[in-house]
Ligand binder design. Structure first.
Ligand code: URA
Length: 242
């Protein structure tokens, strides 16, 4: 009955906000759900874009198409959609976007780089849940020379006021006379974590840019620009999380 991408009908009913998945399953068992006029049962699928789903004779509101946008957030913008303090927000970069997208997690006002925006609530929840240990890589510049000991501490875990950090990876180290640049991959998402980790081993971060998250890579996307995720990227994210 349905064309790809078909999804379980109970999931579509729940996503439309009509009922929980469990309740929708009961309705399916009770024969109260139809797709294009035909009664369906548990296990059937439908295409939310082209099929008309009715519950007790009433059509399900059309679900908004899911959108996934990767933004290279510039410095000086907060990642909320509204800021009570009136600071510039990332809304500035979402002018042409139809529908409401929400940032997946946050970057500090003085951190730049990869920020995913989406209206896919289930995917957002999973990306942010500590259980999934999603890798995030930051390009860090510190003043001074990163010592071997500090590197090992960052990798093995440092004590912060909210507990020890999990193991992390330091890569790609470059030195100049005054500074060190390196990539730090962490699998947690605590508030200001990278800055606090560096401070805990004796260094102040002078610039911070997120360059990777899960299977997503900022690449050469210019600052302040965004692009839609590719089908492969969305598939890759789903494979990691579901
Ligand atoms: N760690 C930080 O310190 N700041 C960010 O914005 C992200 C990670």
């Amino acid at each position: 009955m349905a064309m790809a991408p078909a999804e379980r009908i109970q999931k579509l009913i729940a996503r439309a906000g009509l009922a929980s998945r469990r309740q929708a399953e009961t309705w399916l068992d009770q024969g109260r759900v139809r797709v294009n006029g035909q009664q369906v049962s548990l296990g059937d699928k439908a295409d939310p874009a082209s099929d008309v789903i009715t519950v007790n004779g009433k059509a399900l509101p059309k679900a908004e198409p899911q959108q996934y946008l990767l933004l290279n957030k510039p410095l000086g913008y907060v990642t909320t959609l509204k800021d009570p303090q009136g600071r510039p927000t990332i809304c500035r970069f979402m002018k042409g976007v139809s529908g409401r997208l929400f940032p997946v997690g946050r970057l500090d006002i003085n951190t730049e780089g990869l920020l995913l925006l989406t209206n896919d609530g289930a995917l957002t929840q999973r990306l942010l849940h500590p259980r999934h240990k999603i890798a995030k890589t930051y390009r860090v510049k510190i003043s001074g020379r990163l010592t071997d000991r500090a590197r090992q501490q960052l990798e093995h875990g440092v004590e912060l006021d909210d507990g020890m950090t999990a193991s992390a990876r330091v890569d790609n180290i470059h030195y100049s006379a005054r500074n060190t640049w390196f990539d730090l991959e962490i699998k947690e998402g605590r508030n200001r974590q990278v800055r606090r980790m560096c401070r805990a081993v004796g260094f102040d971060v002078s610039t911070l840019k997120r360059i990777k998250m899960a299977n997503l890579d900022l690449g050469k996307l210019p600052s302040g620009h965004s692009r839609s995720l590719t089908r492969e990227e969305i598939k890759g994210l789903r494979a990691l999380l579901f």
